[in-house]
Ligand binder design. Structure first.
Ligand SMILES: CCCCCCCCCCCC(=O)SCCNC(=O)CCNC(=O)[C@H](O)C(C)(C)COP(=O)(O)OP(=O)(O)OC[C@H]1O[C@@H](n2cnc3c(N)ncnc32)[C@H](O)[C@@H]1OP(=O)(O)O
Length: 194
C-alpha cells in the first residue's frame, strides 16, 4: 500500500520547479553541505556518507551501501536509516534550486526488505514549488538503477534563511561553522535574498 497524504498534495497555484542557472551540471557530484552531516558529511564517522549527483532538471541520484552498522533486524537495514538516506537525497535537491530548505514532512513506504551489503540506488526530484514549500519525491531501488523499488518517499521541504540554523543550532557547532570559510561560502551561495 502506498499513497501521499493531503498535506503533500501541492496546492492548485503550485509551479513546476526551476533549475537554478548556476546549478551543478548533470552528472556532477554535489558534495556535502556540511562536513558533520549524518547523511552526507565526510567528517562524520558514523554517517551514511551519501554522495549525490546532479541529474537532469531538478533531480539527483545517489548510491548508499547498507553496512552492518545500519541493521534493524538481523541482516536487514533499519527503516529509520533508509528514511534518513531518502531524506538526505531529497535534501540535496536544494543544490539545484539554490535554496536552503529543511524537511517539514517526510512520508515513507518500505516496499521490500533491504539486506546488509545492498547498494541502494536513490533518485529524487522536485515535483512542485509553492512559495516557500518545495514538494519532492524519491525512490530507492535495489539491484541497479532500474531495479525494483525497495523504498520510496514523498516530502515537503520548507525554505528557510541561514538564521534558522544560527538561531536554533548549538552555539559551539554554529561558531565552528561560521569560522569555516568553505561553510560560509556554501551557505551564502544558497541564501536567496540574503
Ligand atoms: C549550507 C547549507 C545548509 C543546508 C542545510 C540543509 C539541511 C538538509 C538536511 C537533510 C534534511 C533534514 O533532515 S532537515 C532537519 C529536519 N527538519 C527540521 O529540523 C525542521 C523543523 N521544523 C521547522 O523548523 C519548522 O516547522 C519549519 C521551518 C519546517 C516550518 O516553520 P516556519 O518557517 O515557521 O513555517 P510555517 O509557517 O510553519 O510553514 C510554512 C508553510 O509550510 C507548511 N508546513 C510546514 N510544516 C508542514 C508539515 N509538517 N506538513 C505540511 N505542511 C507544513 C505550512 O502549513 C505553511 O504553509 P502555507 O500556510 O504557507 O500554505
Amino acid at each position: 500500500m502506498s499513497g501521499t497524504s493531503a498535506a503533500l498534495q501541492p496546492p492548485a497555484d503550485a509551479a513546476p520547479p526551476v533549475r537554478h542557472p548556476d546549478a551543478p551540471a548533470p552528472g556532477e557530484l554535489l558534495g556535502a553541505h556540511y562536513g558533520e552531516c549524518f547523511g552526507c558529511g565526510g567528517a562524520q564517522p558514523h554517517g551514511l556518507h551519501l554522495a549525490a549527483r546532479a541529474g537532469e532538471g531538478v533531480s539527483v541520484t545517489a548510491e548508499f551501501t547498507v553496512r552492518p552498522a545500519h541493521q534493524g533486524a538481523p541482516g536487514l537495514a533499519h527503516g529509520g536509516v533508509l528514511a534518513t538516506a531518502l531524506d538526505e537525497t531529497l535534501g540535496s535537491l536544494n543544490w539545484l534550486l539554490r535554496t536552503i530548505a529543511v524537511t517539514g514532512r517526510l512520508e515513507t513506504d518500505f516496499a521490500r526488505p533491504v539486506p546488509v551489503g545492498t547498494v541502494l540506488y536513490l533518485e529524487a526530484r522536485v515535483t512542485a514549488v509553492a512559495g516557500r514549500k518545495i514538494y519532492s519525491t524519491a525512490t530507492g531501488r535495489i539491484g541497479g538503477p532500474e531495479g525494483p523499488v525497495a523504498v520510496r518517499a514523498d516530502a515537503l521541504f520548507v525554505e528557510v534563511k541561514v538564521d534558522h540554523f544560527i538561531d536554533n543550532g548549538r552555539p559551539e557547532e554554529i561558531r565552528a561553522a561560521m569560522n569555516d570559510p568553505d561553510q560560509v561560502r556554501r551557505a551564502r551561495a544558497f541564501e536567496v535574498n540574503p
